[in-house]
Design a protein around this ligand. Structure first.
Ligand code: SAM
Ligand code: MD0
Ligand code: SF4
Length: 374
């Protein structure tokens, strides 16, 4: 296609997206292939306008507590894969987790994200393990008065029910890719369909859910389009993309680092396709130096805020910006102010968003209850 024609077509697709008309697979592919410069500028601008429509200039902040780095899995991309003898392993006690969560809450985050390696074994005293995680969640909630996200990996349905009963608001579990072949290369020995189904089960239990794409791991444009379809099918509440960061001691340590330009394009297209959802700018890929560009591409949540002095790690960047107190609310606030366009949301704004979304989804799942209320 001639350059001028392509430019016109690209701009027309963005106008359609701005009006929230649904886009064809071909049109979305054209956006993913945006040329750097004018086309990406226009893409990011449209993403920001749609974010503004639903969230104004308000940004949400998530505190990240990676409470245990022990894992029974061997994901090829992950520093904490079981066979990586060079990764730092720790497990925080209940009191340490509560102390860290309270510090994060005092510093002004809107949610506590409790994340761990997949260590809850299905065979070994699972009831006690689930009970103990559940009671930590309910303690965090009662002490911080904040919503809680839990990322424990795959859980059986009864355990998800327990998470909901103990008060978890969000369940995060990222597929990374929706190409089953690529999935089996990345998440060795894990079931593609089980990882997808667990999110559907969580959503039925009225847990909010997050789905994520890992980019720069050999995916094609078609694979990314399939991920968008899956995210739509799951009706997720939060969705993300993270660029792959090579990890020492893993089979992918020499695999090239992801092209961040592509991460930003995928992020912006997610905003176009899911304008009213939460979309993170993770500090866990490029640290605080990568925040502004992700907000500029349409993100509305800053994730992976980690307090210094607690021996906590990140996932994709296990130490970057942590001990020098850069992944803090104070530093993030400085960056938001220097950008000029953003404000940290009041805590009630985030809580209301969560509650409204839960209500809407439960009315959708149980329309008869809705009728009874009329
Ligand atoms: N163990 C749980 C699980 O895998 O669901 C919870 C941890 S989960 C939040 C870790 C996520 O971080 C992965 O799903 C992946 O998307 C991301 N991640 C892990 N290693 C990464 C890497 N090397 N580069 C970028 N993202 C990575
Ligand atoms: C983040 N390091 O937000 C966290 C993590 C888990 N729910 C999220 C990948 O970047
Ligand atoms: Fe374990 Fe999660 Fe890392 Fe996979 S991504 S090795 S399940 S911590």
């Amino acid at each position: 296609m001639k350059k001028v024609e392509n430019k016109k077509k690209h701009a027309a697709i963005l106008q359609k997206a701005m009006q929230e008309h649904s886009l064809s697979r071909q049109e979305i592919a054209c956006l993913l292939e945006s040329n750097p410069g004018q086309q990406t500028d226009l893409l990011f601008k449209t993403a920001r306008q749609l974010r503004e429509k639903y969230f104004g200039n308000k940004i949400f902040l998530y505190g990240f507590v990676y409470n245990s780095t022990h894992c029974r899995n061997n994901c090829r991309f992950c520093y904490y894969r079981k066979d990586n003898t060079s990764s730092v392993r720790y497990s925080k006690s209940r009191l340490q987790i509560l102390d860290i969560s309270c510090k994060l809450a005092e510093s002004g985050v809107h949610l506590i994200d409790l994340t761990m390696g997949e260590s809850i074994s299905f065979h070994d005293n699972i009831v006690e393990q689930v009970q103990s995680l559940g009671s930590i969640i309910s303690d965090i909630k009662s002490q911080t008065h904040l919503p809680v996200m839990v990322s424990p990996g795959i859980l059986p349905e009864w355990a998800l029910k327990q998470m909901a009963r103990f008060g978890a608001d969000f369940y995060a579990c990222y597929q990374e890719t929706h190409n089953p072949d690529l999935f089996s290369q990345l998440r060795i020995g894990q079931s593609f369909s089980q990882r997808l189904a667990v999110k559907q089960k969580a959503a039925k239990l009225n847990l909010l859910i997050e789905e994520g794409i890992l980019c720069g791991v050999g995916e094609t444009i078609e694979d990314i389009l399939d991920s968008f379809d899956a995210i739509k099918m799951l009706n997720v509440d939060q969705t993300r993309v993270m660029g792959f960061v090579p990890q020492m001691g893993t089979p992918m340590e020499n695999h090239p680092i992801a092209d961040i330009k592509m991460e930003l394009i995928i992020l912006a297209v997610l905003r176009l396709l899911f304008p009213d959802r939460l979309i993170p700018a993770s500090l866990d890929v490029e640290g605080v130096s990568g925040l502004e560009k992700r907000l500029y591409a349409g993100a509305n949540v800053v994730t992976s805020i980690v307090p210094a002095g607690n021996g906590l790690a990140g996932v994709a960047q296990n130490s970057l910006d942590i001990e020098d107190s850069k992944r803090t609310v104070a530093q993030v606030e400085k960056i938001l102010l220097s950008c000029g366009d953003y404000e940290i949301a009041r805590p009630e704004v985030y809580k209301n968003w969560i509650n409204q979304r839960k209500k809407d989804k439960s009315n959708f799942l149980n329309p008869s209850q809705n009728l009874k209320a009329i």
